[in-house]
Design a protein around this ligand. Structure first.
Ligand code: RB5
Length: 224
């Protein structure tokens, strides 16, 4: 979304998605006000209730909003910041980073181009949370060698998806005369097939081991 950001009073006005679970309702309100006072636009994806709820729901909502390209970045808060960021990271294209200090908050933008920052109301105090958000929002992605590594993260996808995406790259490459892309697609597809087979083999072995364990447990109980 970088291209759609606008400049007002010499700062980039960003569209920011925010979400949290019941453990972070108060900190979320404070952070929203803080981010708005910096001139950014914030959209609240909830929850606003202190009733117990499930953090994956809010992690997913904010992650989908950011991945859709409608928002520049996201802020997620739960008790520790961990559960909600793990959930967000399941969404394709999301790089959510938990930060409990300002140096990490700056670096996750500079090196990892994190598009969501997460922290915990039970871990960081209000002032530190504000500083973390400020460090993250004012940092810039450095690109270069870091861009290559981020592309490698995107390549870590399931075997079947990798196979399909490789085939798509192959066909697109053939139809557009882009032979590098077509060749890359073939390699990716084979890689995907290999990973799928590896996954199936590992799964089968695990099932066999579980079966033998259960059988052994049964025999042991009878003998005993
Ligand atoms: C909720 O009690 C708590 O488990 C949650 O906010 C979070 O810390 C999970 O990672």
């Amino acid at each position: 979304r970088q291209r759609q950001m606008c400049i007002r009073d010499s700062i980039y006005i960003m569209k920011i998605a925010i979400g949290n679970d019941h453990a972070a309702v108060e900190l979320k309100k404070t952070i929203m006000e803080y981010v708005e006072s910096m001139g950014h636009e914030v959209t609240n994806f909830g929850t606003d209730s202190s009733e117990s709820c499930n953090y994956p729901e809010y992690g997913e909502k904010v992650a989908n909003a950011v991945a859709s390209g409608e928002f520049d970045c996201g802020i997620l808060i739960c008790g520790t910041g961990v559960g909600i960021s793990i959930a967000a990271n399941k969404v394709n294209g999301i790089r959510a980073a938990v930060c409990s200090d300002t140096a990490t908050a700056r670096l996750v933008k500079q090196h990892n181009n994190a598009n969501i920052i997460a922290f915990g109301e039970r871990i960081v105090g209000v002032e530190l949370a504000k500083d973390i958000v400020k460090a993250y929002l004012t940092a810039e992605f450095e690109g270069g060698r870091h861009a290559k590594r981020i592309a490698m993260i995107s390549d870590i996808i399931g075997g079947i998806i990798k196979t399909l995406s490789g085939l798509l790259d192959f066909l697109t490459g053939i139809f557009t005369g882009n032979w590098d892309k077509a060749w890359g697609g073939i390699k990716k597809a084979f890689n995907g097939v290999w990973e799928t087979m590896e996954g199936v083999a590992k799964g089968t072995i695990n099932i066999l081991i579980d079966g033998i364990n259960m059988l052994w447990g049964g025999v042991y109980n009878v003998v005993k």
